[in-house]
Design a protein around this ligand. Structure first.
Ligand code: EPU
Length: 313
């Protein structure tokens, strides 16, 4: 891993100390925190300042601090759709990993879930309570905050199809609850959450016989295990195009198995780049460029990147 490029150490130390002094002891704050292990692709440099707020009021304090000191911040979910460059992330990296953000409360046919909840846990809790309609979440390897942020999807279903109410915090630290019908979304995007932090959501299930839910869950699992690679990856690299799924296109272009360093185009699914050892962000980015150039030159298709790319080179 490459260390952050020189930034006056005293500035980082001063900022970290000043922020620490504003926070409760239950809030985690660390400097130069390695992030590769916090991403499913397992690449990327450290966070200059890493914070796990203990609760919403602590998160509000962090957001206000960043605003007042003009410090950039980045919300890190489960790191499943993320490519962090080797130089790491400047400013504050916020992770909603505290128990206050990972709660699931079942209320009738609704599930009130925190942004830090794993999607798999939501799907399994729904099953335990005989609630169907959320099975597709089982196959998305992230937490709810990330899935809301990018309106993640699987099995032809999208996160926001299951959302009744979105809870989010604006960058001044004020929390809001908004009915999902008032939150515009598109394929793989929720524009509102580009300038606000997802705190959680009320999801809607539907009373369903247990066997039916189990059959659907098994279908989702089977699809994933048979059509997606098991090695570390960031999920699908590109958005599907209007004319052809990106994975199919990469396959047709004969690019499966193409390798740069330890980054390889999966032989199982063309829209996945896997890390077969010590891949770096540069390897992955170089591979992405090869795929995009080939798609443009051979098929006239401009592939759009789905994975979020952040950090310093
Ligand atoms: N295909 C190929 N070769 C490949 C890959 C796919 O021919 O190497 C073909 C498949 O046979 C199928 C079509 O392309 O006919 C679509 O493939 P698939 O059913 O695997 O779905 P996808 O569109 O590639 C989407 C999501 C996945 C999600 C799956 C499962 C996007 C970009 N991807 O994949 O989401 O898990 O459906 O429902 O929308 C992600 O977002 O990170 C992700 C992996």
């Amino acid at each position: 891993m490459t260390a952050l490029a020189p930034e006056p150490i005293t500035r980082t130390a001063d900022l970290a100390a000043e922020l620490r002094a504003l926070l409760k002891p239950a809030t985690v704050l660390r400097r130069d925190e390695p992030l590769a292990k916090r991403t499913t692709l397992r690449v990327g440099g450290p966070a200059e300042i890493y914070v796990e707020p203990a609760d919403e009021s602590e998160l509000a304090t962090v957001l206000r601090f960043c605003r007042d000191h003009e410090v950039p911040f980045f919300l890190l979910g489960r790191g499943s759709n993320l490519l962090i460059r080797n130089g790491g992330i400047r400013g504050v990296v916020i992770h909603l990993g505290a128990p206050a953000f990972s709660d699931i409360k079942v209320e009738g046919e609704q599930l009130r879930c925190g942004a830090g909840t794993r999607l798999k846990d939501i799907a399994l809790t729904a099953k335990r309570h005989g609630l169907g309609g959320l099975e597709f979440l089982e196959g998305i390897p992230g937490n709810l905050g990330g899935a809301l942020h990018m309106n993640a999807g699987a099995m032809n279903a999208w996160t926001f199809e299951a959302v009744e109410t979105l809870r989010f915090m604006d960058y001044t630290g004020v929390a809001h609850d908004r009915p999902a019908r008032d939150v515009p979304t598109t394929y793989r995007s929720c524009p509102l959450l580009k300038s606000a932090v997802a705190l959680g959501a009320v999801l809607k299930g539907c009373s369903t016989p247990r066997e039916q839910i189990e059959a659907k869950l098994a279908e989702c699992q089977k699809k994933r295990w048979t059509s997606q690679p098991k090695e570390p990856s960031a999920g699908c690299i590109f958005k599907n195009t209007k004319t052809v799924p990106a994975g199919k296109l990469v396959d047709e272009l004969g690019l499966k198995g193409t390798r740069v360093g330890d980054a390889v185009v999966s032989g199982v699914h063309g829209n996945f780049i896997i890390n077969v050892g010590k891949a770096t962000a540069r390897d992955v980015l170089a591979l992405i460029e090869i795929i995009r150039t080939t798609a443009r030159e051979q098929r006239g298709i401009q592939l759009e990147i789905e994975v979020e790319i952040v950090g310093e080179d």
